[in-house]
Design a protein around this ligand. Structure first.
Ligand SMILES: Nc1ncnc2c1ncn2[C@@H]1O[C@H](COP(=O)(O)OP(=O)(O)OP(=O)(O)O)[C@@H](O)[C@H]1O
Length: 613
């Protein structure tokens, strides 16, 4: 608010609006009797020193009546806006609460209603409900609602796709809680701004309806009615029409300008986000001790199947890395495991077991609870992964309150303790701060801390260091390693950086065009990689021995478009070893001594580091 009042626009709009609101309260209390006093000696007079704006046809002072009418005009405008905002909020938020099908019906109704001009709707309702104050109040309220509903739908849809909402969903938050705690607080600013402006528009609409005789009825009067009366004698007493007209314009302007100032004041200047990375160990787990078993996982969207039959296991305490170029399906694989693929995405698997529970069938709430307590998700961008409108400590505490039945105080203490565990300095004070008060690295650590509120059996970290600078990357990777050692949690680390994965993980899965093409222990990556794509990825990483006079190695060609995957081996068009067979037949993922590779030429002895050109 201070920021808004510091600008000339903000200050003058606030003063003007305050004056209007104060007048709306005081004028009816002070001047009602005088404004209603009939004086037959002063009927239909023009402006005089005694009656600045003249008198009406009963000799009543027009200026005092305009002042008194401020109360009813402003009150009705605010009430109608409140009705419109409330109805708009309900209609706009319903799709999130009711689910897709019912939501679609509501959206269609809103879309149709939005197509009609608000004033036309107001006239329609006013005629249907009947003339009078209540009728016009409901009419203007209902006419305001569709515009608001559309705005709410758009804002909610935008926020619902952000990582922190996904994180809350993984943590087991229900739809209503998601809406009330995580979505609505983050769309409140534009709603407040629009509501302020809508109040100005409602004021004008009321004046219009009363002027037409559909709004306020005698003996009550608002500016619209006074305007109608004044207009009848405009040639003889123009001031009687001008005074209520000016009042409508000034009050309307006050609301609009204040809304404008709010919107400028609320515009946030976010700090740029930074970048960072981790390291690891080995052993292919058996299905029995696996935390996660994924078999033939497919993720499809209309017209495209970006994940095409991925199988892997993550053992207790094991760190598995998934590498591959952008678009290879790494993130979708992780999202599918956490059950975060949204419509129209379709997830399909022969087996999808987390801690021995089949996630494909059974009670959704039971799965949510299991994932909420035993799975921690760390997303790439910690700024969008945390709710900007909630204190960090509260966001962490919510997990303990919801899943461990902890009291508010206990949950807060655990949140502080977890922040300390992820090396946030002065955690008591920091827990009371908002995400924007944290640096990029601290936000990422807080996100990891949130995952540790339960006792996760698996941490899925999707590019956790990409948005951080190099020094902070190391800290976060070290932290993930320490947590694994302390809590025995398994880790599924997704990265396009094969060096990071080889340092942090026990085992590496290499993905290409939605499939696993190689799976091997991380410490054998540089000596025993057999797939030409893995070799090319390794060769593209410069090291101390790289000749700096030569251009850096790159993988020739472009990654496959997920919508147009060729038959045969998807890597064939870029592969130096490709033959006719590679183009026509897809190589199966063969298991050999715990390692897996999908290549017809896996046995061709190409040196690791060979660029294959
Ligand atoms: N909602 C969606 N609808 C259609 N296609 C999608 C959708 N989400 C992802 N894809 C497609 O799936 C492919 C794989 O996406 P994914 O995010 O899993 O890749 P990735 O390997 O994690 O890449 P990056 O490292 O860039 O995140 C992408 O090429 C993308 O075009």
């Amino acid at each position: 608010m201070k920021r808004i009042l510091r600008t000339p626009l903000g200050l003058s709009a606030a003063v003007l609006l305050l004056a209007v609101l104060v007048l709306a309260v005081i004028a009816p209390l002070v001047w009602t009797d005088q404004a209603n006093a009939v004086d037959t000696a002063q009927i239909s007079r023009g402006s005089t020193a005694e009656h600045w704006m003249g008198t009406d046809n009963l000799g009543r002072d027009v200026f005092l009546r305009v002042l008194v009418a401020t109360g009813l005009s402003v009150r009705l405008a605010l009430l109608a806006t409140a009705i419109g905002v409330l109805a708009g909020l309900v209609l706009g938020a319903v799709p999130v609460v009711l689910g897709r099908r019912a939501g679609r019906v509501v959206t269609a109704v809103v879309n149709i209603a939005v197509a009609f001009p608000a004033l036309l709707l107001a006239l329609f309702f006013a005629v249907v409900i009947g003339p009078g104050t209540t009728g016009s109040l409901l009419a203007i309220g209902f006419a305001t609602a569709p515009g608001f509903a559309r705005l709410v739908q758009t804002l909610v849809a935008k926020v619902a796709g952000l990582d922190y909402v996904a994180a809350a969903r993984v943590a087991g938050a229900g739809r209503i809680r998601l809406l009330v705690r995580h979505i609505l607080p983050n769309v409140a600013e534009p709603l407040v701004i629009n509501a302020t402006m809508a109040a100005g528009a409602a004021l004008l609409a009321f004046a219009g309806l009363s002027f037409l005789g559909l709004g306020v009825q005698p003996p009550e009067y608002d500016w619209g009615r006074l305007l109608g009366e004044g207009l009848q004698g405009i040639y003889l007493r123009p001031a009687a029409a001008i005074a209520p007209g000016v009042a409508v314009v000034v009050a309307g302007l006050a609301f609009h300008l204040f809304g404008e100032a709010l919107s400028k004041g609320f515009t946030r200047h976010t700090a740029p986000v930074k970048l960072r990375r981790t390291e690891a160990a080995s052993a292919v787990p058996t299905d029995d001790d696996a935390v996660l078993v994924v078999e033939d996982l497919r993720v499809a969207f209309p017209g495209v199947t970006p994940v095409r039959g991925v199988s892997f296991t993550v053992g207790q305490g094991e760190a598995v890395g998934i590498v591959g170029e952008s678009g290879s399906g790494k993130s979708l694989t992780a999202l599918a495991v956490a059950r975060l693929i949204e419509h129209p995405g379709q997830v399909d698997a022969q087996r999808l077991t987390f801690q021995g529970r089949d996630l494909r069938n059974g009670d959704d709430r039971v799965h949510r609870r299991l994932l909420g307590t035993s799975l921690a998700m760390v997303f790439q961008d910690p700024m969008t992964s945390l709710n900007p409108a909630m204190r960090i400590g509260r966001q962490l505490a919510e997990v303990a309150e919801q899943h461990q039945g902890a009291s508010r105080k206990q949950a807060w203490q655990r949140a502080v303790d977890r922040l300390r565990a992820v090396r946030i300095p002065d955690p008591e004070r920091r827990a009371r701060q908002y995400p924007h008060e944290f640096s990029g690295g601290m936000r990422q650590r807080a996100m990891i801390g949130m995952g540790l509120m339960g006792k996760p059996a698996l941490i899925i970290a999707d590019e956790p260091t990409t948005a951080l600078d190099v020094t902070v990357q190391r800290q976060v990777l070290r932290l993930l390693r320490t947590i694994r050692a302390a809590d025995g949690a398994a880790l599924l680390l997704i990265s396009h950086d094969i060096t990071v994965v080889s340092q942090v993980c026990d085992r590496v899965l290499v993905m290409y065009a939605g499939r696993v093409v190689e799976d091997l222990p991380a410490d054998e990556l540089h000596t025993a990689a057999r797939h030409p794509y893995t070799r090319a990825l390794l060769a593209a990483v410069p090291d101390m021995t790289t000749d700096r006079d030569l251009p850096l190695a790159v993988i020739p060609g472009r990654p496959v478009d997920a919508a147009q995957v060729p038959t045969g081996c998807a890597y064939a068009p870029r592969c130096p070893l490709a033959t006719e067979r590679c183009v026509t037949a897809h190589p199966p993922l063969e298991t050999d001594n715990g390692r897996r590779v999908a290549c017809w030429h896996a046995d061709v002895p190409v040196q690791v580091g060979d660029r294959g050109e």
